[in-house]
Design a protein around this ligand. Structure first.
Ligand SMILES: [Zn+2]
Ligand SMILES: [Zn+2]
Length: 141
């Protein structure tokens, strides 16, 4: 939370109670929640908060680099507070996501040139498979 307050100050963002509750919910989340799911959680603490406010603050957090967007292609925005380099395991059945530490994977290199003018900023590897719950459901069937 201290990191969050410092970063807010650095980004010139008022560190409001709402924003702190929102960020804390994201820090405590291990499931890479969508904005809607985050909204359900912060409503426990701030019943008067609106989904629009949650969206606006998430956008502000993303723009200032306070939080990260996990994946661009899961139908909905998925968020996380983990700002360490890492990859993801995604369950193809229930869409659950868990972090895979970056040290667990070999370094990634591009062996062929990218299309002219393209530039890579970072790599995110997604391992697709079944989580333990979905795998055991499949076995029972
Ligand atoms: Zn699953
Ligand atoms: Zn993650």
């Amino acid at each position: 939370m201290e990191w969050f307050r410092d970063r807010c100050v650095a980004a010139g963002l008022p560190c409001t109670h709402q924003r702190q509750v929102l960020y804390r919910a994201l820090l405590e989340a291990t499931d890479h929640p969508s904005p809607e799911s985050l909204y359900e959680r912060v409503r426990q603490d701030i019943p008067s908060i609106s989904l629009g406010t949650v969206y606006r603050n998430i956008r502000t957090f993303l723009d200032s680099g306070l939080i990260g967007e996990v994946s661009l292609h899961h139908g909905s925005l998925r968020l996380e507070a983990n700002n360490q380099p890492h990859h993801h395991f995604v369950c193809t059945d229930c869409r659950m996501m868990v972090d895979l530490p970056a040290e667990g994977l070999d370094e990634i290199h591009i062996r062929r040139p990218l299309p002219k003018g393209f530039r890579v900023n970072r790599f995110i590897v997604e391992a697709h498979g079944l989580c333990a719950a979905c795998a055991s459901k499949k076995t029972r069937r």
